[in-house]
Design a protein around this ligand. Sequence first.
Ligand SMILES: [Fe+2]
Length: 208
Amino acid sequence: MAYSHRLAFCFLISAFSFFFACAQDRQVGDGCEGCEGVYEYGNRKLNAVDTLPDFNDKGPKMLVTGTIFKKDGKTPAKDVILYIYHTDQTGEYPTKGNETGWGKRHGYIRGWIKTGADGKYSFYTLRPGAYPGRQNPEHIHPTIKEPGYSAYWIDEYLFEDDPILSKHEKDSQPGRGGKGIIKVTKDKNGMQIARRDIILGLNVPGYQ
Ligand SMILES: [Fe+2]
């Protein structure tokens, strides 16, 4: 086989493998607008820790950390990608103008984590501002992509000490991936620490 033919053949095989790998993902959740953002990390090599682009801006510094478990709630889950994005201090999803894909809507304050064998994840960021008008509580949007399943959203990160977080809102969270309302503490340097463990597939429709 000529070199160019071999190259074309290899390309076809790779394309087919990619297609079938994706096609084999079990479809879960009930729609997930913007979940494709989970794939938009470009050529970055992901690991268990990320620092979001706003971390050195002015505002309350925060570490969000926890463990991602399998559905049994106790086995750490590896190779899980967690994609998060949130507003800036003014409550907007800020853009720089060069965003592509879902970055145009989600803004540039976003990050990606991939768990190792211990399932742990952490990201450093600023605590987000509530939307202008302050009708909605401060929140961080998370999307999960784990091997073998389509990407799905889980409960937003919400903060127990947020004065805008109403009882109604607290009570109406679906509990996807476990409870997303987190208690915030401070370390000795004044950094806010928010701990949340995630249970894969919990309360996610179609997940087995
Ligand atoms: Fe939002």
